[in-house]
Design a binder for this molecule. Structure first.
Ligand SMILES: NC(=O)c1ccc[n+]([C@@H]2O[C@H](COP(=O)([O-])OP(=O)(O)OC[C@H]3O[C@@H](n4cnc5c(N)ncnc54)[C@H](O)[C@@H]3O)[C@@H](O)[C@H]2O)c1
Length: 237
């Protein structure tokens, strides 16, 4: 048997929330593996790493459709845009806004870019969370949306199979980025996480990159509709 093909060289990759910690790390990994990467976000990258950048608010359907009209070729779409608001998400307006970013944004991007992904028989990579698996008293919208990402991933995988598009998700563990800063700085919360976490440390965004590149590669052609925890064993413990 010949060696499995992990190559993503020459693929075109679009990452929403691409100016964030995980989006940037994935962008660097795909570029390092020979792919062409475009980032989109509501804010430009803090450090200019030379990626193409498009302003995009994933809550704006018209803007998502306008971007899709500009992108001619796409092999990989990664929905990395995300936000949480501790202690505020029991308010209905805040709840709906957070769900809109994570879940509505995912559906919006998937729908708009389906034709390009169908043309390349490409793939969609969604981003779940440890909160895909359990509740969060202070961020119920975030946890609800992340739980629903598992269902949306399965549903789109089934729906898009006829186009040869695969849809999977990564559920990151505890990653050192801006969105998790509040949790890291809350010593009671931080201690509880570290006690359960087998690796006993916050992880770096780069540690997710291998799984994302693998999911986009020919070696993963039979993987569809799954959410993979990349969490140092947190869900298992
Ligand atoms: N850091 C972690 O521990 C962790 C764990 C599990 C899941 N995640 C998820 O990973 C993804 C990336 O988060 P991160 O850790 O890189 O955090 P981050 O805060 O560094 O990045 C999130 C990015 O999303 C962008 N964004 C927010 N609202 C947007 C909108 N309406 N339209 C477009 N972009 C928008 C932000 O500007 C930011 O650049 C998110 O979905 C997050 O929920 C993170």
């Amino acid at each position: 048997m010949s060696a499995p093909d992990f190559s993503v060289s020459g693929q075109h990759v679009l990452i929403s929330g691409g100016a964030g910690g995980i989006g940037t790390a994935l962008a660097k990994a795909f570029r390092g593996a020979g792919a062409n990467v475009t980032l989109c976000d509501v804010k430009p990258p803090t450090v200019d790493e030379g990626f193409d950048f498009e302003y995009l608010d994933v809550r704006d359907t018209a803007a998502v459709e306008a971007l899709a009209a500009k992108v001619k070729k796409l092999d990989v779409l990664i929905h990395c845009a995300g936000k949480l608001v501790r202690h505020e998400e029991h308010k209905p307006d805040v709840f709906m806004d957070i769900v809109n970013i994570h879940l509505g944004g995912n559906l919006r991007l998937a729908t708009a870019f389906r034709p390009q992904l169908a043309a390349t028989r490409g793939c969609l990579i969604n981003i779940g969370s440890m909160y895909s698996y359990f509740g969060a008293s202070r961020i119920p919208a975030y946890a609800s949306a992340k739980t629903a990402i598992i269902g949306l991933t399965r549903s789109l995988a089934v729906a898009y199979a006829e186009d040869g598009i695969r849809v999977n998700a990564i559920a990151p563990g505890w990653i050192r980025t801006e969105i998790s800063r509040g949790g890291r700085e809350d010593s009671v919360f931080n201690d509880a996480v570290m006690q359960r976490l087998p690796t006993k440390r916050w992880s770096e965004p780069e540690e997710l990159a291998g799984t994302a590149v693998f999911l986009a590669s020919p070696a993963a052609k039979l993987i569809n509709g799954v959410t993979i925890p990349v969490d140092g064993g947190y869900v298992a413990s």
